[in-house]
Design a protein around this ligand. Sequence first.
Ligand code: GSH
Length: 226
Amino acid sequence: MLDLYTDATPNGLKISIALEELGLTYNVHKGLNNEANVSPEYTVMNPNQKIPLLKDDDIIVSESGAILYYLANKHNALLPTSLTQRTKVMEMLMLQMSGLGPNFGQLLVWGGAWNNEYPVATQRYAKEVNRLLKVLNTLLKGNDYFAGEEYSIADIAFFPWVRMAYIHPIGEMLATNECKNLTAWYERIGQRDTVKQGLLIPEANPPEEQMKIFVNAVVGLGHLHD
Ligand SMILES: N[C@@H](CCC(=O)N[C@@H](CS)C(=O)NCC(=O)O)C(=O)O
């Protein structure tokens, strides 16, 4: 039995999208409400006290990139077979995990949650997110997906983060209008029924409500970040 500990954050949504793509049945546990992610029971499973986390019977995996890789390997799906393409997928997965995710998270903290109190900090992260979005736009030139012709976990990893640039008010600071390939890719991925379904986990909240949950998550909940 699969148990997903998650919430409506980009890292959490990656996993519900992947599970929907794979057509798997899973139990959903809302991970951020009432500090569920810092409870003693949860901390045993993930000492890092973050969501998402996937429990597949006795296998427990945290870190969204690792969960995506685990699912793709286990089900032999969403990962190309050729070494060259697989390596491309891993390269993109690493870029998402180490580049776009952390920088966009910081942008939302400084520019969103903390109301641009320190414009120099907001600008630093806006500049880097903009740069990365343009890199993604270049990488998608002539390609439907990040690994070329094949939809993969790299696309799933980027989608909920890139989505922020299109649906969060902070997107006004970002030059998505200059990123035609990225916009076409974003629309292509967003049209998938499985993606639409994954975005409704853990609950069918409108995007604005999801944004609030997300901002709480990036700022940090409870005693973890005091
Ligand atoms: N690198 C991790 C990041 C996990 C992460 O930062 N999770 C956030 C939500 S997206 C969280 O659990 N925040 C709650 C907290 O810090 O208390 C991943 O990709 O899974």
